[in-house]
Ligand binder design. Structure first.
Ligand code: ZN
Ligand code: ZN
Length: 348
């Protein structure tokens, strides 16, 4: 805040609120000043806020509109230049800021809290590691239940039930299950389409533990794999392994992406790898840093990132293999959090 020349920062992003205060509810405004943290929520969260936030902030329970409480409290904070989060304020709320009067200068900010969130502390890494274990255990329970004739939705149901039973408090994002030619759609939503014999079947899913996400993709073949399926799979598996071995804090997002991309390009499949290599995970499923051609910034020590190369051939199918790694700051190299086989599995 000092570097950004702010007297105060208004935090409206709920993941940022959770990161700063521990609050997991869905209604909050937080005003951070050098003297105190003001936490505004509504009656529904009166008990929860005492448990989760405790004495970390001065809590105000507001019966009508959180903004009413903010206008009531703001004069007492002594701040004049107040930052707001440009990525997390609706236009309607921005108008409220403008209408609040000339006593305050509203200063747009971007990624102030997100920048802090990029480096995970040990407690955060432990939660993501637990979410990764829940996810891989759920997949291990699911695969023996899967067979030809089942729909993508039914397969997703088996997996989501296993996630819950293994202790996931929800789903990190809507589960992707894609069979056959639909596996060529990187973000396919499960449908009534039935899995055919010899189809690729792609699962991309994540568990949630105390708000922290994991993100795993495995692609299997239902029945026996063809030579072409094996060939494509092997290229993706090697690209995943190369990137997992090479990624380091301090490397740019672009260079990390290039490790997997150059391998896939050397095998003539570069055109079919149309997305970036990976992304940070934490309280949100997509957060900093990006492992992408467009990111020239160094990856932060302590970040947890996905490594997810894929090859997608329209009309034929696709393969993605996604793991989560911690870029541990102690120089010992990346730490793998998703312990699950990567050899091509044939469900027969
Ligand atoms: Zn994923
Ligand atoms: Zn991902």
């Amino acid at each position: 805040m000092t570097a950004a020349h702010l007297d105060a920062l208004l935090v409206t992003s709920l993941p940022n609120v959770r990161y700063l205060t521990g609050f997991s509810g869905s209604s909050a405004l937080v005003l951070v000043t050098p003297r105190e943290t003001l936490f505004i929520t509504d009656f529904r969260y009166q008990t929860q806020v005492a448990d989760e936030v405790g004495a970390l902030a001065r809590v105000v329970i507001e019966p009508v509109s959180l903004w009413n409480a903010l206008w009531h409290e703001l004069p007492g904070t002594g701040g004049r230049v107040v930052g707001f989060e440009t990525a997390h304020v609706t236009h309607r709320d921005f108008q409220r800021l403008l209408e609040a009067g000339s006593a305050w200068q509203w200063r747009p900010t971007a990624d102030l809290v997100e920048g802090l969130r990029e480096r995970k502390d040990e407690g955060e890494v432990a939660l993501i590691a637990r979410a990764a274990e829940v996810a891989t255990r759920a997949l291990a329970r699911t695969l023996p239940e899967i067979g030809a004739g089942m729909t993508e939705l039914q397969a997703a149901g088996v997996l989501e039930r296993a996630l819950r039973e293994e202790g996931s408090e929800g789903f990190a994002f809507p589960t992707i299950v894609a069979a056959g030619a639909r596996a060529a759609l990187p973000h396919a939503q499960p449908t009534h389409h039935a899995v055919g014999d010899g189809d690729f079947l792609l699962f991309d899913f994540g568990a949630l533990v105390e708000g922290y996400c994991s993100d795993v993709t495995r692609t299997v073949v239902v029945g026996r794999a063809s030579a072409e399926q094996r060939e494509v799979y092997e290229v993706v598996r090697e690209a995943n392994a190369a990137a997992r071995a090479a990624v380091r804090p301090g490397m740019t997002g672009r260079d990390a992406d290039a490790v997997a991309r150059s391998y896939i390009e050397r095998h003539g499949l570069g055109e079919l790898f149309g997305h970036s290599l990976g992304h940070g995970i934490g309280l949100e499923i997509h957060e900093a840093p990006r492992l992408a051609r467009t990111n020239e910034q160094p990856l932060a020590a302590g970040a947890v990132v996905t490594i997810e190369p894929g090859v997608y051939r329209p009309g034929w199918g696709g393969v993605r293999i996604e793991d989560d790694v911690w870029l541990s700051p102690d120089g010992t190299g990346p730490r793998l959090l998703t312990d699950f086989p990567r050899d091509l599995l044939e469900l027969v």
